[in-house]
Design a binder for this molecule. Structure first.
Ligand code: 2AM
Length: 179
């Protein structure tokens, strides 16, 4: 049996609520629900149960101290010149990068292919399609978005369930910081 997994940080309710407050400004965008908001540390993809168990165990031995994060600005991804998503950005954070690198090492040790793309921390706010309105006015309006800071004292192993109305992200395991 296979499971679609990823490691992510869940922002606190105050940050999630503030993000929800700026949603609904782009027509035909699929806005993320409050319970979908997260910052992906490592996308794992579809793996069999034995590999999922190995990853979960390996992550349990990872030590990290609590650290602060802030949402700073927003941006978008595009494919072939067409915007595909809009996100809230994350202010540069060394502890975040260290945690992401440790998870990357764990994934590779467990047998997953190395991630080739540069880590670009973000919280997806909306998914766009060819009928979506341009996100440019939204991006300009929220260029100065500044939320938090908040203390990250855990990260989560999520399972993603694909549904017609958008993915359901189910928290499977929570990993707490050392302190
Ligand atoms: P996104 O929000 O930028 O699309 C669950 O799908 C999470 O994993 C999302 O945060 C998603 O990022 C990320 N994700 C999905 N597919 C991915 C892939 N192929 N590579 C990296 N991250 C991916």
């Amino acid at each position: 049996m296979s499971h679609r997994l990823f490691f992510a940080i869940r922002p606190p309710a105050s940050v999630r609520d503030a993000i929800i407050d700026i949603e609904a400004e782009i027509d035909n965008a699929r806005w993320q629900d409050e319970d979908q908001l997260h910052l992906t540390l490592r996308y794992i993809g579809d793996v069999e149960t034995h590999l999922a168990d190995d990853l979960a165990d390996a992550a349990a031995s990872l030590r990290f101290d609590p650290f602060e994060l802030r949402v700073a600005g927003c941006g978008h991804f595009e494919k072939k010149g067409r915007p595909t998503s809009v996100w809230a950005g994350i202010a540069p954070s060394e502890p975040l990068v260290r945690l992401q690198r440790k998870l990357e090492q764990i994934c590779v040790k467990c047998g997953l292919p190395a991630e080739t793309r540069k880590f670009a921390p973000h919280i997806t706010v909306a998914r766009l399609n060819s009928s979506s309105e341009s996100p440019a006015p939204f991006l300009a309006r929220h260029a100065g978005l500044d939320l938090g800071p908040w203390t990250v004292d855990s990260y989560i192993l999520y399972q993603s369930h694909l549904r017609d109305q958008g993915s359901l992200y189910e928290p499977i395991l929570t990993y707490q910081a050392a302190n």
